[in-house]
Design a protein around this ligand. Structure first.
Ligand SMILES: C[S@@+](CC[C@H](N)C(=O)[O-])C[C@H]1O[C@@H](n2cnc3c(N)ncnc32)[C@H](O)[C@@H]1O
Ligand SMILES: [Zn+2]
Length: 285
């Protein structure tokens, strides 16, 4: 008997691997001796950590989270500060679902969802390989791929029961293509009150008050809003957490990291911080 596998194995449930498609031509991807290949002759690497590298071509500089950003986010998430978000997502889903978190980072929310749904399986897509490294190992019933949400997603038509999108880019036509007709898209976005105390205390920008409007605008040709749920809770944050949480969003982009750290050091610790997000459930049109 000869062993034809010369490289790392995909680390994901077979039912998830079965829906992966070539990001170039859309043909099914199958694992061969040298990674994943499609009938069109395109091939892709499987990383040591078990995720598939499905990026095609260059992405603009600064796209996707750096190693440091991923590590900081993971530390923050592991403390459970945002857990109400993951639990609320799980409540909207059915057991047995194929759940794809698009721009899912470290796989944190998908993890929480899968813990609540013992027969569901999942996939995290993200443009950052540093995120994919973590997401690949995040849960025994999920896997990860690197993929750019602004290009063809590496998933078969109608292959997902649910898509999650938490503070990440949205590609409505692609989301529509990969979601089942009876599937659901769950989108989490910040409201104007999100992180208001640190933003005010640190002199940072406000969340764009028209964000909701623009969200509806971007999705409306492909999706109908079915329901919304507002989540609001207070987090008691250490300085390190404040730095991570404001650094994760767009508010801090006009301040240097050094300046931000100096301002954070002057805050009381712990610092009471409001999390306020809207969870929108959308159905494909
Ligand atoms: C604010 S983070 C949110 C991550 C995760 N959903 C969470 O809430 O923890 C935004 C994520 O989107 C990813 N991202 C940015 N641009 C992307 C793109 N074009 N395609 C896929 N992912 C992207 C980043 O790498 C990052 O992981
Ligand atoms: Zn192909």
């Amino acid at each position: 008997m000869t062993n034809t596998h010369t490289g790392p194995e995909l680390r994901m449930p077979a039912s998830v691997a079965a829906v992966l498609t070539c990001p170039v031509c859309g043909e099914a991807l199958r694992q061969g001796p040298r990674g994943l290949t499609c009938a069109g002759g395109h091939s892709f690497n499987i990383a040591r950590e078990g995720y598939a590298g499905l990026l095609t071509g260059a992405t603009p500089p600064g796209t996707g989270d750096s190693k440091e950003m991923v590590a900081a986010r993971l530390r923050f998430q592991d403390k459970g500060h945002y857990d109400p978000i993951g639990l609320a997502l799980a409540e909207q889903l059915a057991d047995g679902d194929v759940v794809v978190d698009v721009g899912g980072g470290t796989g944190h929310y998908l993890n929480q969802v899968l813990d609540q749904l013992p027969d569901a399986v999942g996939l995290t897509t993200d443009v950052s390989k540093f995120a994919a490294r973590k997401a690949a190992r995040a849960h025994p019933r999920s896997g990860a791929v690197t993929a750019d949400s602004w290009r063809r997603l590496p998933l078969a038509d109608g292959s997902a029961d649910a898509l999650l999108n938490v503070f990440a880019p949205r590609n409505a036509p692609e989301f529509h293509r990969v979601l089942k007709a009876e599937g659901v898209l769950l989108v989490v976005t910040p409201t104007a009150e999100h992180l208001q105390e640190p933003r005010e205390a640190l002199g940072l920008l406000d969340v764009d008050p028209r964000k909701d409007e623009r969200l509806a605008e971007g999705l409306k040709d492909h999706f109908a809003l079915e329901s919304t749920r507002d989540l609001r809770f207070t987090m008691e944050l250490a300085h390190e957490d404040v730095l991570t949480v404001v650094g994760m969003g767009p508010s801090a982009r006009h301040v240097t990291p050094e300046e931000l750290a100096e301002r954070v050091a002057k805050l009381p610790e712990p610092f009471a911080t409001t999390a306020s997000v809207r969870l929108g459930a959308y159905r494909p049109r």
